[in-house]
Unconditional design. Structure first.
Length: 352
């Protein structure tokens, strides 16, 4: 199946399940051409997790050094209303591990499944058959399940948890059986990119009707400052060539649905932290605003006024652009997270 055929299949499924959301999705290309951002918002309601992954990006330093407001169901609902009014159409719930949330059903309700395409990033540990059916019945659309490779011992070692591999593999099947869209999320570093494991994963996913999201390694979190894990140009070309051979393989910098956004910070993705901070992407720990202090449209306006996010860049800012990594990402190394946009950027970083 070609990329266009896969895209058409996914949109047909969305149209059948959520026609109102489908109508918003159809407007994304027009908005993009007009310079209006339509980001997928990655929402972290809690950083609580059952695993301790060796490459985790969600550092414990996200715990604020001073008392701050935290997301509640009410504030999440207000944010959802603002996002809908602005024309946003996709939320991804992450963490931590979102299936640990004690008020999970209420969180789903606050996100308003009838108004958004909903996905989740999970390690799969708690995604049994019953949970998969529960997600589908509550309006969930997609699950992204983390899988490092097909060496069980290595996956479990990376996750510091015996049995994590078996849980992830079973979670993939449980999600598929429940008619959820299934995506394997796998981290690719310079060390493993061309080892053959990504092609093995591409073949596995193609045979089973899954997709593969390639998350390139970033020198943050548990890998803070470890720039040797960053991919190089040959690695990037390898992933691109693999995508041509196996269209299920995807990177967020790849063109999709007739749009080439390059690095999608602010324009195509945001993250909302448990403390209301809005980050330009999951991996850039620089707050461009806070929903307890400003409206979402105002925060988006600021984000799109920062030239690094407004201007087209074919490379991922947080994982490939060494200039951005050295000059801006390094500013939050070793500090309580996130740092503010005032600390990270100067006047020269803004569009005049």
């Amino acid at each position: 199946m070609t990329v266009k055929e896969l895209e058409a299949q996914r949109r047909a499924k969305l149209k059948a399940a959520k026609p109102a959301v489908y109508e918003k999705v159809l407007k994304i290309k027009e908005r993009f051409e007009q310079g209006i951002p339509t980001p997928i918002v990655d929402i972290v309601y809690s950083y609580a997790c059952n695993l301790k992954c060796s490459h985790c990006c969600a550092s414990k330093r996200f715990i604020p050094s001073r008392p701050r407001q935290k997301l509640t169901l009410e504030t999440l609902r207000r944010f959802s209303d603002q996002a809908h009014a602005y024309g946003l159409c996709q939320f991804n719930l992450s963490g931590g591990e979102p299936l640990l949330l004690k008020n999970f059903d209420q969180v789903i309700e606050a996100l308003q499944p009838d108004k958004f395409h909903l996905s989740m990033s999970t390690n799969g540990f708690f995604l049994d058959k019953e949970m998969a059916r529960r997600l589908k019945n509550s309006g969930w659309d997609k699950v992204r399940i983390s899988l490092d490779n097909f060496v069980e011992e290595e996956h479990d070692r990376n996750r510091n948890c015996p049995g994590a591999y078996k849980k992830a593999i079973q979670a993939l099947e449980n999600a598929k059986e429940a008619d959820l869209s299934v995506v394997i999320q796998t981290m690719v570093s310079h060390q493993n990119c061309r080892s053959g494991q990504l092609e093995e994963m591409a073949k596995f996913a193609t045979a089973r009707g899954y997709a593969v999201d390639v998350l390139i390694a970033r020198a943050i979190g548990e890998l803070e400052g470890c720039h040797e894990v960053l991919i190089d140009e040959e690695d990037a070309k390898y992933i691109s060539d693999l995508h041509k051979q196996y269209p299920v393989v995807h990177r967020d910098t790849f063109p999709a649905y007739g749009m080439d956004k390059g690095c999608g910070c602010v324009n195509a993705v945001l993250q909302l932290t448990p403390y209301g901070d809005i980050l330009p992407c999951v991996y850039i720990h620089i707050a461009i605003g806070n929903i307890f202090e400003e409206s979402l449209p105002d925060i988006l306006k600021r984000g799109m006024s920062i030239k690094h996010f407004a201007e087209y860049n074919p490379k991922c800012l947080s994982g490939e652009d060494r200039g951005f990594i050295d000059k801006y990402m390094s500013k939050f190394y070793g500090k309580p997270l996130p740092i503010s946009w005032q600390e990270a950027f100067t006047d020269e970083d803004f569009i005049s």
